[in-house]
Design a binder for this molecule. Structure first.
Ligand SMILES: [Fe+2]
Ligand SMILES: [Fe+2]
Length: 372
């Protein structure tokens, strides 16, 4: 007689198999593991979009920019393996989508919060998975990666957290926007307590995120040599504006950073951290929030930028709803068309003309499916 296997037993058996497979991961075995992860995804009733990443196409004939694309994946929040395997499967799915692109992107940005609690095991697991991205990966740090050891492990794995590079006519800047005032020393907190406090977001103990004076000075120096008509694309983990303070959807010195960027004709800021469809424009700067691969945050009760095309509240019983990423094209003007490729809903297009016109032209179509 066949022995009864409980749902829990089968779940743990599958989980163990996933992690065993990950330990042997290489490019040949990766597809097998990630396809198994994708097979678990539920996409019923929705136009299927295989690309769970952000794609940016840059094309600017006027300034002789050579057209190119890049993709990104953000906010995977990996836990230690004994605690959670779902977020691992979801990051695998995103990597698989990037690798499945017909035309490979020039590079892939990882948007921060690779880990959940900055644990070395979490960061190692993330690095191991991201090694399987076929295109070169550019890394950005999030607060969940940082506040256990203040960046020691992250730097050992990925290098400096603040840097810039030029790519086919566009100047890219990657900022570490989640610095905080020291709230831990005088309280005698352990590294674990510090990390858990920051991960809490709305506990009232920590300071707000900031780029900080020394990095702002670095930014000024870095941009000093860049002509004002060069398109600039900034990657920051937190939004470089003030959205909702209690949840740290906020960068305290955002005004100062925006002032540094003011002389450029075309500036785009692409950020993680908020895990939701989010669009804003302040002066010459267009801001685009990215989706997470782990969970969607709800919209804040106030301060939501008016250009944001709101996604309906996700289904709490579907772990893939509200997740995914998308496609962004940078226009000759330097502004971007952005397509959110949601895993469980039809995509939402936010055109440059919509942002440029303050929401009067090219209004995006509403997200599909009801709120839950
Ligand atoms: Fe996050
Ligand atoms: Fe974050």
């Amino acid at each position: 007689m066949a022995r009864h296997t409980s749902v829990e037993t089968r779940y743990y058996a599958e989980r163990d198999a996933l992690f065993r497979e990950l330990q042997r991961l290489d490019r040949r075995s990766f597809l097998k593991v990630s396809l198994a992860a994708a097979a678990a995804a539920f996409t019923s009733g929705v136009r299927f979009h295989p690309h769970s990443f952000q794609l940016v196409a840059v094309a600017d004939a006027a300034t002789k920019i050579e057209p190119f694309t890049f993709a990104y994946i953000s906010d995977s929040h990996l836990y230690k393996r004994e605690l959670n395997d779902r977020f691992v499967r979801q990051l695998l799915r995103a990597v698989d989508d990037v690798n499945a692109l017909d035309s490979q992107p020039d590079f892939v940005l990882f948007g921060g919060d690779l880990a959940q609690l900055g644990a070395h095991e979490e960061l190692d697991l993330g690095a191991q998975i991201l090694k399987n991205v076929k295109a070169p990966v550019r890394m950005m740090v999030g607060e969940h990666d940082w506040f256990l050891d203040l960046g020691d492990k992250w730097r050992a794995l990925f290098g400096q957290e603040t840097y810039s590079f030029d790519h086919k006519g566009v100047h890219f800047v990657v900022l570490m926007s989640v610095n905080e005032e020291d709230f831990w020393t005088k309280r005698g907190m352990t590294p674990d307590e510090r990390m858990h406090t920051v991960a809490g977001l709305d506990n009232g103990i920590q300071s707000r995120f900031q780029v900080g004076a020394s990095q702002r000075e670095w930014l000024k120096q870095d941009l000093a040599k860049i002509p004002s008509d060069t398109p600039v694309i900034v990657f920051s983990h937190s939004p470089l504006y003030k959205y909702y303070r209690p949840w740290n959807f906020w960068t305290e010195d955002a005004d100062e950073v925006q002032a540094i960027l003011k002389r450029f004709a075309n500036v785009t800021v692409i950020h993680g951290h908020t895990h939701q469809l989010l669009t804003n424009r302040i002066g010459n700067v267009h801001f685009h929030g990215m989706l997470s691969t782990a969970w969607p945050w709800p919209y804040a009760p106030e301060g939501l930028p008016k250009l944001t095309v709101q996604m309906n509240r996700p289904d709490p019983f579907n772990p893939n709803d509200g997740l995914g990423t998308g496609t962004v094209s940078v226009k000759p003007s330097g502004a971007v068309d952005k397509l959110y490729n949601l895993w469980n809903r039809n995509p939402v297009q936010v055109a440059a003309a919509y942002v440029d016109s303050g929401g009067t032209r090219d209004k995006p179509s509403a997200a599909t499916l009801t709120s839950f």
